[in-house]
Design a protein around this ligand. Structure first.
Ligand SMILES: Nc1ncnc2c1ncn2[C@@H]1O[C@H](COP(=O)(O)OP(=O)(O)OP(=O)(O)O)[C@@H](O)[C@H]1O
Ligand SMILES: [Mg+2]
Length: 298
């Protein structure tokens, strides 16, 4: 894609946006990642999925991580959630070193991970009950979370009775019910159709507005990253390294119409060029031996 020189520089910020970033970066650090390296070793080869990755996420920030396929996004988020151990490096949540999973961190995956044999309410109650919350209190809290994601009418439904978007809303409620301080989301809307995906992005911003939570959101979708985020961490692939942390100059509250704002398109273009550097555009697919040539199919 050729660059559009008429778009504003992604570093241009209105005074309001600049002031917001100043306040945001003054907030306590919720998550600090220092020198994270992950190597997968087998008898045949060594893959360095992440190489010396360092960054911080501030309280109540929404930070997206974007990068080409295989750059280590899922590996990163699995390490942050404590599901994978790093080869080296350190992770702190509000200053406390952490290793292994903990209730301070929640996770929402792309695949639907609800218990199919439990209702919506039972799925949401499960975590707090395991953590020792009384049945009465877990149930009343679950109702609140279910209401927050707009599914009160479905609290007794089973996952198979819900649409993909609804299942992911339950997954968000279930993760939030454990009251984590940081929520990790690995391409949570990746399996949804385009329209539902856009709705879910707006839902997520609405939920984030109402809950004291810091979010690290993994995606490979540029529009999604810009629409949701305060800042975007761009990773390089092979090995996965931090390329740049970009401040999104689009004001909040975010609305779908902003996708066409010059500031939106300017920062989108910048990130697109970081991920797909000029000269590395995808080559045309080779013509197959049995392909039937048709001048109207181009
Ligand atoms: N368990 C594993 N064993 C060996 N190699 C692995 C393992 N998990 C991931 N990798 C390798 O680490 C690299 C990063 O993988 P990862 O799944 O984190 O990428 P990703 O950015 O999430 O990709 P995608 O956008 O396709 O989801 C890849 O080269 C992958 O092959
Ligand atoms: Mg992945």
């Amino acid at each position: 894609m050729t660059a559009d020189p008429t778009l504003p520089d992604y570093r241009e910020q209105t005074p309001e946006v600049a002031a917001r970033f100043e306040r945001l970066l003054e907030r306590p650090v919720a998550l600090e990642v220092s020198g994270l390296t992950k190597r997968f070793e087998s008898s045949r080869n060594v893959v360095t999925a992440l190489d010396n990755v360092s960054f911080s996420v501030h309280k109540r920030e929404l930070l997206s991580v974007i990068g080409p396929s295989g750059c280590g996004k899922s590996t990163l988020v699995r390490i942050l959630a404590g599901l994978e151990t790093p080869t080296s490096g350190e992770l702190r949540v509000y200053g406390e070193p952490v290793s292994g999973p903990g209730p301070d961190r929640g996770m929402v995956f792309q695949g639907y991970t609800l218990f199919p044999w439990r209702t919506v309410k039972e799925n949401v109650i499960f975590g707090p009950r395991m953590a020792g919350t009384s049945a009465f209190s877990a149930e009343s809290q679950a109702r609140e979370w279910i209401e927050l994601v707009g599914l009160s009418k479905f609290e007794n439904a089973y996952p198979h009775q819900l649409s993909g978007g609804m299942k992911q809303r339950v997954a968000i409620a279930r993760a939030l019910a454990n009251q984590p301080r940081v929520l990790f989301m690995d391409e949570p809307f990746g399996a949804l159709d385009a329209q539902t995906r856009c709705q879910m992005q707006s839902y997520l911003l609405e939920i984030w507005k109402n809950v004291d939570i810091t979010i690290v959101f993994i995606t490979h979708d540029l529009d999604e990253a810009v629409f949701l985020s305060d800042r975007i961490l761009v990773l390089d692939a092979n090995p996965g390294r931090v390329r740049e942390v970009v401040q999104v100059p689009v004001p909040r509250p975010r609305k779908p119409e902003q996708l066409f704002l010059p500031s939106f398109m300017g920062v989108r273009q910048h990130i697109d060029r970081l991920i797909h550097p000029p000269g590395q555009e995808q080559k045309e697919a080779p013509v197959l031996r049995h392909a039937i040539s048709d001048p109207d199919v181009i």
